[in-house]
Design a protein around this ligand. Structure first.
Ligand SMILES: NC(=O)c1ccc[n+]([C@@H]2O[C@H](COP(=O)([O-])OP(=O)(O)OC[C@H]3O[C@@H](n4cnc5c(N)ncnc54)[C@H](OP(=O)(O)O)[C@@H]3O)[C@@H](O)[C@H]2O)c1
Length: 386
């Protein structure tokens, strides 16, 4: 009996210890997530909080502040520009999986499809209104469901697009409305004033601009405080570090949302010079950086990310996303995917906590390799002011 008791006590204490160790193992990734989401270079203040196990960050400051999950979800590729798409049911299921995992920022635009992407986001996500945010964008002209290739940011058009987006997204108020591309005939101040009016009317909560200069940001922000700038930013395209855009965001307290954070899938390592992109529905086949010779040359960069990640248990996509996250606590990347495995992988980036020294080592190794091919073709480059 005594012996039995001893056995059971020691078994009990073993189970207790094992349970504690198990709990520690489960708690650790969550702690790492918070740490990793909070790490920032330049000694800036931490702005994220933990909610439902998912770290949050704040885009913008003061009345423009907008709290969102540290990683968002780019919906675009589910219907537009990224080759084969899963059917609608699968897309809706995946968007729900993202909500379940704590993602609260979903990014779409009127031009994606056109219209089909907003329709999908509305159908899949309207039931979560109040809990998550769908951000959308105006600016590219769309007439009768077709893109004209022109920009239209006249006040009356913004108002009209706002009503149509509200209807497609099944919302009473847009959590955030971005100007997708500047309209050369409408000054930034006039766009900002139109948004300020829509805010007063309760139609729009926050606003942002895409691919604009530091000067335009200042002018627009003076009229109506911006919550975020959304421009391309990743290890193969660091223009916003050089052209003053990140600097002005830091100075004025505006958030930054890097789009195409995995460089349209390239930094995920699954694309090679033989990859075929659907000519009817994938803009990568029109981009200089996605031509076979450029892909062949730029694969050296992916190799650096893979090598860096290998000893740390990270995939190259996680290295790409982690590098962006550690740049500042007011940066929220929006990777897109059509696969649950990639969603999981991307969100797990938040479990890693590397030192600034390690990130610098990666950055330096990548910067030593010249990037081959422009990011955009001539027409797209014209729209981003190049
Ligand atoms: N403001 C603008 O002008 C602008 C421009 C472009 C995009 N955006 C926004 O940014 C979002 C993301 O941009 P994006 O789709 O161009 O680029 P991205 O997020 O860098 O890459 C998406 C591509 O990467 C693949 N991928 C995702 N996770 C992966 C992983 N872990 N490993 C390997 N491959 C992975 C996806 O394929 P699978 O489906 O196979 O996972 C998809 O083809 C868009 O949805 C859109 O909301 C904005």
């Amino acid at each position: 009996m005594e012996k039995n008791n001893k056995t059971s006590i020691s078994r009990r204490s073993f189970l207790k210890t094992a349970a504690a160790a198990g709990a520690a193992l489960t708690v650790q990734p969550a702690i790492n997530r918070i740490k990793a989401a909070n790490v920032a270079l330049n000694g800036e203040n931490v702005s994220s909080v933990k909610k439902d196990g998912m770290p949050h960050r704040t885009l913008g400051t003061g009345r423009a502040a907008f709290e969102v999950s540290a990683l968002g979800f780019g919906v675009m590729g589910m219907t537009y520009n990224r080759s084969r798409h899963p059917d609608k049911k699968q897309c809706i299921r995946l968007l729900h999986e993202a909500v379940e995992r704590g993602v609260t920022l979903f990014d779409t635009a009127i031009i994606y499809g056109p219209l089909t992407n907003e329709q999908l986001a509305g159908e899949a996500l309207a039931e979560f209104r109040g809990r998550i945010n769908v951000t959308t964008k105006f600016g590219h002209e769309v007439i009768d469901g077709k893109a004209t290739g022109r920009q239209d940011s006249r006040p009356a058009t913004i108002r009209h697009y706002c009503e149509e987006s509200l209807r497609r997204l099944r919302l009473d108020v847009l959590p955030m409305f971005y100007q997708h591309r500047a309209d050369p005939s409408v000054p930034a101040e006039e766009v900002a004033q139109t948004i300020a009016d829509l805010m007063k009317e309760g139609k729009v909560q926050h606003w942002g601009m895409c691919e604009v200069s530091a000067e335009t940001i200042r002018r627009a922000h003076a009229v109506c405080p911006l919550t975020a700038i959304q421009s391309e930013y990743h290890l193969m395209h660091r223009l916003v570090e050089e052209n003053g855009v990140l600097g002005v965001c830091r100075e004025l307290g505006i958030g930054f949302v890097p789009y195409s954070p995995i460089n349209r899938g390239f930094l995920g390592g699954g694309i090679n010079e033989y990859t075929l992109f659907d000519p009817t529905n994938d803009n990568r086949q029109t981009l200089p950086r996605f031509q076979p010779e450029a892909i062949r040359a730029n694969t050296r960069i992916v190799n650096v990310l893979q090598q860096f990640g290998r000893t740390r248990g990270m995939t190259s996509a996680q290295v790409a996303l982690g590098w962006l996250l550690q740049k500042a606590p007011w940066i929220v990347p929006i990777p897109g995917t059509t696969k649950l495995s990639h969603l999981e992988e991307n969100l797990r980036t938040l479990d890693f906590n590397l030192t600034p020294q390690e990130w610098l080592e990666l950055e330096t190794a990548v910067a030593a390799i010249p990037v081959v091919g422009e990011r955009y073709n001539a027409e797209q480059q014209r729209q981003v002011g190049g």
